[in-house]
Design a protein around this ligand. Structure first.
Ligand code: DGJ
Length: 730
């Protein structure tokens, strides 16, 4: 068991292969956090806690005259609002009498073999190679109205500890949860840097590193989706930490809706981390006997730098979060119609493109937006999920059959959660959209959002999707979502439950994705939200890949994919080669560079095949062959970031190394072409220092490539890229 319980000292030590997390129930029944860091001998780390008389930091009543005992200063496992701890807290409860003062005390705990699951929510799961243990610690409020069950999942071999919380009302009166976060970690010692991933539509997950300062630094989303603007993954590191060295902690939220992640340094220089559902759109009405489950947070620790931290998440999410056939099966190289023809197509045009694509070795043809209802522009049609045969000039089955006859698979786009007012569905069911009574709703991309907290709405949409999927052979579905949510109000819920709508919406989304994958287990699902507006670990439980960004410019993608790679595996990153000049930026980059960048992802194309020049066809054919050849290395190998594209403006590099270190693929994109320079060198990582490797017939010891580096060839054109295969000499 990865959980050690010292009964005499009331200490819980959770151990993974390289980390340890410790808590202690103290003499007043308060659950203190005592340690999270490198694994060592099991020991009572509470000796690190300072008890001192701090002015203006009150004392719980049980402490009597003991003025040195204050929750305002102690490291706690699940701090609550109104307990005399004036820092940001995890839980805020409105009692039946309208008050908020609350304190929690230990009641019991339970050890379970295996990994807990959460009703209706995504969780990391255990496997034979990565078994798990569960610890549930139950606290009760001192007024004895409710329990707080703290869940811990320990995935020893993955170096991952997961957290969740269940609040259970065991009283006869209604309680309101105004905030119920999933995880808190208190650090009494140490200066930290906070690393977050901010952005906007078409520029997601830009890396930012700042010191944790006095006060509160928070990121989050109140947009109803995890958002383009901030990502629900962040790192906390020592100020000295680099890619390859130093103490790093990761916090990843397995949730696709509103989130809050917060780091704060208190009056005693102690750092507190909190993560959970953002309280802005949240107030949960807990009836007697009801329980609320907070989504899971996955935490990781390493003292080997940020690269090692990323690798923990890459492995864990690939093998213990993603599910279904395509967790392991090779995903087809696709051609998507969006940046090819947008909504301007008919069946003939698509088939012509598919024919060209098949000749180049493309394996899946995806018909994006524009095939249903009245949909030649984005002003109408959403909600009417029936094939527009007039536009296509054929049935869906005929189109799919023709594409299959070319030896390709066929995929299709949906945006199930949204509705245009100009649609038959809206005309029939205007109350199905999220809208506040007597208020005109905020529109986004001419569309409203369907109330996915309602089962009847979900059932109708699912039924429509199934009818389409059953009408033809369809192997892939892109699930898009193209606006931020507003006007959060559900027509079916009473006023006291309106604070639950945003969360119920996400539970509804998950319910529908679960039903869809259960009914079509072989369907490859790709998540999408105007690119990467919902690129989170929650979605990865249902969709093993997510379209990373609506920006397909290869140079902009370097930063976007660099940022994404910190918390998510390469196999999750939807990435395509599009045409030039790029539709988003107007930039011109070589076709080979666009492929190099797209290969650090799921790989596909998104361009009009009619525009492809004759001489480019063999180039594309070769790219596809190359991607297939390196598929395993790219998707399942260890991924190393070699430079930060925001910091090093000369060239950007990354590398894939096979788990046995026998082969590697080094990828470099030049960012500047300069005359009369000495060659730059790129220091490789993850190779075996003693092995001899071959690059283009030349021999290099692994140590030379890692310590000295590999000389980057001179670029002859702007943005030239290099894909360099490295194999162990046998
Ligand atoms: C946004 C997506 O990110 C694009 O790839 C495309 O599917 C459009 N929506 C279609 O409306």
């Amino acid at each position: 068991m990865a959980i050690l319980f010292n009964e005499t000292k009331s200490i819980f030590s959770l151990q993974t292969n390289h980390s340890m997390y410790q808590m202690k129930v103290d003499k007043y029944g308060v659950l203190l956090h005592t340690y999270y860091g490198a694994k060592g001998v099991p020991f009572d780390y509470s000796y690190l806690i300072t008890y001192a008389d701090h002015g203006f930091s009150g004392n719980p009543y049980e402490a009597g005259d003991e003025r040195t005992y204050s929750l305002d200063a102690l490291p706690q496992e699940y701090p609550v609002y109104g307990s005399g701890d004036y820092r940001s807290t995890a839980l805020k409860v409105r009692y039946p009498d309208g008050s908020h003062a609350c304190e929690l005390r230990y009641v019991r705990h339970e050890l379970q073999e295996g990994k807990y699951a959460l009703p209706g929510l995504p969780t990391v799961y255990a496997t034979e190679e990565a078994p798990a243990d569960t610890l549930v610690i139950t606290l009760e409020d001192t007024r004895k109205l409710f329990y707080v069950h703290l869940y811990y999942g320990i995935l020893e071999n993955l170096d991952l500890i997961t957290r969740s919380v269940c609040v259970e009302n065991h009283d006869a009166k209604v309680l309101y949860l105004e905030q119920a976060l999933s995880c808190c970690v208190d650090f009494q010692h140490g200066d930290f840097h906070l690393h977050t991933f901010y952005g906007r539509h078409m520029k997601e997950r830009t890396y930012q590193r700042v010191p944790v300062c006095h006060g509160v630094q928070s990121i989050g989303s109140n947009r109803g989706a995890s958002s383009h603007q901030q990502n629900p993954f962040f790192m906390l590191t020592s100020p000295q930490a680099t890619e390859d060295t130093g103490v790093c902690y990761g916090f990843s939220f397995l949730y696709s809706g509103d989130f809050l992640a917060l780091g704060s340094k208190d009056q005693f220089d102690q750092t507190r981390i909190l993560m959970g559902i953002h309280p802005d759109n949240f107030c949960y009405c807990l009836e007697p006997g009801d329980a609320f489950y907070a989504p899971e947070t996955a935490m990781a620790y390493t003292d080997q730098g940020m690269g090692a931290l990323s690798q923990i998440y890459h492995k864990a999410y690939r093998t213990n979060l993603c599910r279904g056939k395509y967790k392991t099966a090779r995903r087809p190289v696709l051609l998507n119609s969006w940046e090819s023809v947008y909504m301007d197509f008919d069946g003939k045009k698509l088939i012509k493109m598919a024919k060209d694509a098949a000749k180049m070795g493309i394996e899946l043809f995806v018909m994006d937006d524009g095939w249903f209802g009245k949909r030649d522009m984005d002003v109408s049609g959403l909600g009417d999920w029936h094939v527009n045969e007039n536009k296509l000039g054929c049935t869906l089955k005929e189109l799919s059959d023709e594409i299959h006859a070319l030896g390709m698979q066929f995929g299709i786009w949906f945006e199930p959660e949204c509705i245009n007012e100009d649609s038959d569905l809206y005309r029939k069911h205007p109350d199905w959209a999220l809208k506040v009574p007597d208020k005109a709703p905020v529109r986004g991309r001419y569309q409203l959002v369907l109330d996915f907290s309602r089962e009847d709405v979900r059932e109708h949409i699912l039924e429509q999707i199934c009818q389409v999927l059953d009408s033809a052979k369809i192997e892939y579905l892109k699930w898009d979502f193209n606006r931020s949510i507003s006007d959060i109000y559900s027509a079916l819920l009473p006023p006291k439950r309106q604070g639950e709508v945003a969360h119920r919406y996400i539970l509804g989304l998950y319910d529908m994705l679960e039903k869809l994958s259960a009914r079509y287990p072989d369907l490859l699902l790709e998540g999408c939200s105007g690119g990467g507006g919902r690129f989170d670990a929650g979605m990865l439980y249902y969709t093993p890949q997510i379209w990373c960004s609506d920006n397909t410019d290869a140079i902009d993608r370097l930063s976007i994919q660099y940022g994404t790679s910190f918390g998510y595996p390469i196999s999750a990153i939807g990435s395509h080669v599009s045409h030039c000049p790029n539709d988003q930026t107007g930039r011109i980059t070589p076709l080979e560079t666009r492929a190099t960048v797209a290969m650090a992802g799921t790989f596909g194309y998104e361009l009009d095949t009619n525009e492809i020049k004759e001489e480019e066809i063999p180039v594309i054919q070769k790219q596809i062959e190359e991607f297939k050849k390196y598929y395993d290395l790219i998707q399942n190998g260890h991924y190393y970031r070699l430079t930060n594209p925001e910091e090093y403006p000369i060239c950007h590099g990354w590398e894939f190394v096979s788990p046995d270190k026998s082969e590697a693929l080094l990828c470099i994109v030049t960012l500047q072409v300069q005359p009369n320079i000495v060659k730059r060198c790129m220091r490789l990582k993850g190779l075996c220092p003693d092995k001899i490797y071959l690059i283009n017939g030349e021999e290099y010891p692994g140590s030379a490539l890692m310590n000295g580096g590999y000389l980057v060839p001179y670029a002859t054109t702007e943005y030239e890229s290099f894909r360099i295969y490295i194999a162990e000499k046998k």
